[in-house]
Structures are given as C-alpha cells and as structure tokens.
Design a protein around this ligand. Structure first.
Ligand code: SF4
Length: 489
C-alpha cells in the first residue's frame, strides 16, 4: 500500500492555499486539512494564484456564506484555463450537501470533499496526482465511533479540538444536521490524551469544538457511562495541573509541588480553555459548577438564545422557555460573578411580528450580553422552516437587524466603561489590523484589546501567544485600548 504520509525524497515541493468561509468549525477543518497537507510535503502559499492546489472550504449556514463560496469558484474558471495544472478542490458544508450539483456547474474541479471525509484528503490528493479526476468523497462515516487525533501546524500555540461532530437537534432554520450528520462524541479519555499531547507540544490555548457541546457524551451513554461535558472539563483541568506540577509544562512546577504553590500557583501550560457552542436547553448546573471551579476555563460563555419570543422559539424548535434561559444566566452570574455571556440572534424568522421582535429587544436589555452575532433570517433549502415561508419583508428584516445591533452596541459601550483604568491579562494574538505598531489580543472575557508597548520592547512578536498585563486607557463598544505595564516583559 502506498505510504501517503511520507513525502518522497526528490519530490518537487508543492504548495497549497485554502480559502475558508463560515464558522469556527470550518476554520478548524481548514487547520486539519493544512496539517495533513504539510505532512504530505506541501507548503502553504501566500495566495490562491501562486498555489499548486487550491481548496475552497465552504459554509452553508447562511445564504450569504453559501453564495460567497460557490461564486468564488467562478473566478477559478479562468485561472484553470490559464494554468490547467492547478488542482482545485471544493470542501465543507456546501460540498457535503450539494457537491454533485456544484460539480455539474464547475466540471473543472479536481475533487469534492465533504465534512466527514477530511482525513482521506491525502488519499484524494494522491489519486488526483495519478490522473483521476474528479474524485468525490461526500459520504457519511457509518461507524458509531468517532475517534481522531488533533492535527496542528508545528509551533502553533492555539489548538482547536473537535470533541464531537454532528447534531441531533434539527432546529428548523439550521442546515447543520444535514451537512454534518448525527451527533457523535469522542471518549473523554481520548480527548484528554489528545490535549495532553498538544500541551506537551507547547500549545497553551485550547478551544473545544462541537455543535452542541452541552450534550457531549450522549452517544457514548452520557451520565451513566461518565461521559459528560462537565466531567471532560474537570479531567482536562486535572491533567493540565498534573503536567504543571510534574514540571512538564511549568519548569517551576516541581519546586512548588514540594513547597507551597500547587493549586494556588498560576496555570502555566494550559493558560486558557474555551469551548463553543452551546444549546441552552442542555446547559445545566454541572456546567455552571465547572465554570465556578475550574481556573483554566475562561469566564466567557457563548449561549445562543436566537430570539426573545416564546412563539418564535417554538417555531424554531428551540425548546427552552425564555424564563428558564434568564434564570440560568442569573444563576451562572451568581456562581461566577462577572462572567461574560454572548449570544446569536436571528431577526425576521418566518411569522416574526413587531411584538415578537420587541421581546428580543427586551431580552437584550434584561441580559446585557457582552456581545451578540445577529443575522437576518435567510431560507436554507431542505430545512423545516422553509415550509413556513419567508414571510418577513427584507426591508423589515434589515430595519430590525439595524435596531438590534445599534442598541446592543450602546449596551456594550456602556458596559465596557467599567474596564477604564483596570489592568487586564491579554493573551497576545498578533499585530493590530488597524496599526502594525501595536499588538492585539483578548482578555479571558473575550474582549479585544489593542495595546502599545514602550521602546524597551525590541521584539514585540516574541510576546505573541504570551500573557501580557495591559492597563486600559480607552474603551468603546467593540474593543479596548491600553498600554503594556512597563517592566512586565
Ligand atoms: S443546536 Fe445548533 S447546530 Fe444543532 S440544529 Fe440547532 S442551531 Fe443547528
């Protein structure tokens, strides 16, 4: 059998470029594809035009993202004509759901790769190299088990770790159960070993991914089998504590274990543990207690509510009474004072009235979210909501979206004032997009902070992926400005 993972000596170096659309799950799939291609001896190109292999990793969660992914391919009709050797692949949710049809419109594609087939990418590339084209891989894995090993580009400090895939909820507006299949979880023990391996490679921030992480473990027997999300979080924290204490991720760990320190000392290896995303109906007391108890778990929760109207939520099949949602938020804030809560919102869902929309406006006043991702409803063919018709005029959707975003922006601007003059811990991500002379990163509460540093910092890039103490000097709705505390580095 051909060893697809070992690049042959003397083989001409090949390059790849992946254009990604959509959610974090898609960005993670891109990372996985990139790591697999690097293993095959490919290098990452700076642009699609300069690469030998280009992959479009598409998203179909919203109409706009779906069209962006497909229309982007149009441009490559000409590129392929001018350079017939370029290999073009189409991946992601649109490929999974609509691959056959896309191939008919774009017959120059070399391969189509569904969401459940990422790991066969090396084999597909090999088959294309051997002259087979197009290659289709859009089936769903029929086995019950879900077992993978996380792939990262060597040297990366942040890792996305899939703990489950698919979703069983079938919210009426959502295409995900059709593009990513039914829910399957990886075992707690497997995820813990996987993350341990990442921490030993130097990773310091882990984002656990799933469509509904709060129902993690259900496919493995759930509570009875000890396979729950709260347990997974606790096991990850215990493992990270052990690595610190054994001096594997914290050179001082061994000493502090013998003396004081230990649990009271600051986390070293795994600095931040995050997860996304949650369905509020499955977010329970065990999760709240995990947020209270675990020091590596960040004080931020994305808990998408989608609407403030009980009638709209019923039609969306989001089975969580709005009062229960509010009570959960209040209880969590009692256990974890200051925790940041964000949400997704859809406006203009079929049959949404002015009164329904007012309830959404009312909810953002009550909760005062730290941030929201708000969208105007768009029909996704194949979903149940299509049967209700797209009843809210586009103009009305636009006006409601504007009103919601405007008021939410005011709330954020008001609430962010509390950071003025405070010192916050920023995990540095890189240079600010607005100004290459300042650095940018996030607080544990997921706030973006752009900050300047003094002349004493000659190599600011060395601060990337490190924690920097920053004094906040200016606040706004969407970001904070600050200055690095002198002498901290
Ligand atoms: S829980 Fe999330 S992923 Fe699952 S169907 Fe609902 S919106 Fe889609």
């Amino acid at each position: 059998m051909t060893d697809l993972r070992t690049p042959k000596k003397g083989r001409k170096e090949k390059s790849f470029y992946i254009k990604t659309f959509g959610c974090q799950m898609n960005y993670h799939d891109t990372e996985r594809m990139s790591a697999l291609m690097v293993e095959q001896g490919y290098t990452e190109a700076r642009s699609a035009e300069s690469a030998d292999t280009v992959i479009f990793n598409t998203c179909s969660i919203r109409d706009k993202a779906h069209h962006k992914g497909v229309s982007g391919l149009g441009h490559f009709r000409r590129v392929k004509r001018e350079n017939p050797k370029i290999k073009l692949g189409f991946a992601g949710c649109v490929a999974q759901h609509d691959g056959e049809r896309v191939l008919k419109s774009f017959p120059f594609l070399n391969f189509v790769l569904g969401t459940d087939n990422i790991d066969v990418l090396p084999e597909i590339l090999y088959r294309v190299d051997q002259g087979e084209s197009p290659v289709m891989a859009v089936g769903f894995d029929p086995s019950q088990d879900y077992s993978i090993e996380t792939k990262i580009i060597p040297g990366k400090k942040q890792a996305f770790v899939n703990i489950m895939k698919g979703c069983d909820n079938f919210c009426t507006y959502c295409i995900v159960p059709f593009t990513r299949g039914r829910e399957k979880s990886r075992r707690v023990e497997e995820v813990v070993a996987d993350v341990e391996n990442l921490l030993k490679q130097g990773v310091n921030e882990v984002m656990l991914l799933g469509q509904n992480v709060n129902s993690y473990g259900k496919s493995l027997g759930g509570k009875k089998a000890g396979q729950t999300f709260a347990r997974l979080l606790r096991e990850l924290e215990a493992m990270a504590d052990r690595l610190d204490a054994d001096g594997i991720t914290d050179p001082e760990g061994k000493k502090s274990k013998e003396g004081k320190g230990g649990k009271e000392s600051k986390p070293k290896g795994l600095l931040r543990l995050r997860y996304t995303t949650s369905n509020p109906k499955d977010f329970d007391e065990s999760m709240m207690e995990a947020h209270r108890d675990l020091r590596r778990l960040v004080p931020h929760l994305h808990l998408p509510v989608q609407s403030g109207s009980p009638d709209v939520l019923r039609k969306m099949k989001r089975y969580q009474p709005i009062q229960t949602y509010i009570e959960k938020v209040l209880r969590l804030r009692e256990l974890v004072p200051g925790i940041a809560i964000s949400s997704d919102m859809i406006v203009g869902f079929p049959t949404e009235t002015e009164a329904d929309f007012e309830m959404t406006m009312d909810l953002i006043e009550k909760i005062r979210f730290e941030g929201i991702y708000a969208y105007a409803y768009s029909e996704r063919p194949g979903t149940k909501a299509v049967e209700l018709g797209d009843t809210v005029p586009e103009e009305t959707k636009k006006a409601r979206l504007h009103m919601l975003q405007h008021r939410q922006g005011q709330i954020q601007a008001e609430d962010n004032c509390r950071y003025q003059g405070q010192v916050v811990e920023v995990l540095v991500e890189g240079n600010s997009k607005m100004d290459p002379n300042i650095l940018s990163g996030r607080t544990p509460h997921w706030k973006i902070v752009n900050f300047s540093y003094g002349d004493s910092i000659s190599e600011p890039n060395k601060m990337i992926s490190e924690i920097a103490p920053v004094k906040i000097t200016q606040t706004s709705a969407f970001a904070l400005r600050g200055e690095l505390i002198e002498g901290s580095k």
